[in-house]
Design a protein around this ligand. Structure first.
Ligand SMILES: O=C(O)CCC(=O)C(=O)O
Length: 191
């Protein structure tokens, strides 16, 4: 059957996608801020992943599985945090961590749920689109049909909270060009 509108996949409760959250000028401004930010190789389970990161506010140590206080979030990101907080109708200081990630062409994120201390996860994508996937956390529910796939556009925002955060995993397919993401997370205890 022909339809006039693209069919949106049905997202798990708590997953929200908003294309065009920032405009082109704002994207450029963020790319300049990131260019002036020192990014470090990301280590996970003894391996160096292809991606580079810079974490602010709080640091989650994947090896030791502990959360510690990190460097202050640079002032240059504050307008983005304020814009997101206004959009979500929450206080800007609700966001306790800001993570900048650089994904070189060909890099992926494997299936995972975000670290336990975090609650709301909000991701803003820059420079290129990526194929983002969601699947249930519970092994018995992981079938080919249970995978939800969506094109996350540059300049878009996604938010994961509630069931989408606690009972679903997410991953991304290899990116065609260098992608940057800014991930903002609140702490569970802040709720
Ligand atoms: O780059 C993204 O949008 C996803 C980031 C992510 O899954 C993570 O940092 O755990």
């Amino acid at each position: 059957m022909n339809t006039l509108f693209p069919v949106e996949p049905e997202f798990p409760t708590g997953f929200y996608y908003h294309p065009g959250f920032i405009n082109q000028d704002e994207e450029e401004k963020l790319m300049e801020t990131i260019a002036g930010t020192e990014l470090h190789p990301f280590h996970f389970q003894g391996y160096e992943a292809k991606r580079k990161v810079a974490s602010f506010g709080h640091d989650w140590n994947f090896e030791k599985r502990v959360l510690s206080k990190g460097q202050d979030i640079p002032v240059a990101f504050m307008w983005l945090i304020e814009k997101l907080a206004a959009f979500m109708d929450i206080r800007p200081d609700h966001f306790a961590e800001l993570l900048v990630t650089e994904y070189p062409a060909g890099s992926v994120i494997n299936w995972h749920r975000d670290a336990p201390p975090f609650d709301i996860i909000a991701g803003i994508s820059l420079n290129t689109d990526c194929q983002f996937r969601l699947r249930p956390q519970e092994k018995a529910k992981q079938t080919r049909k249970s995978v939800i796939s969506l094109q996350v556009q540059r300049r878009s925002l996604y938010i994961m909270q509630g069931i989408a955060r606690t009972q679903w995993q997410h991953s991304t397919l290899p990116v065609k060009n260098t992608r940057y993401s800014i991930t903002l997370r609140s702490l569970r205890s802040a709720v």
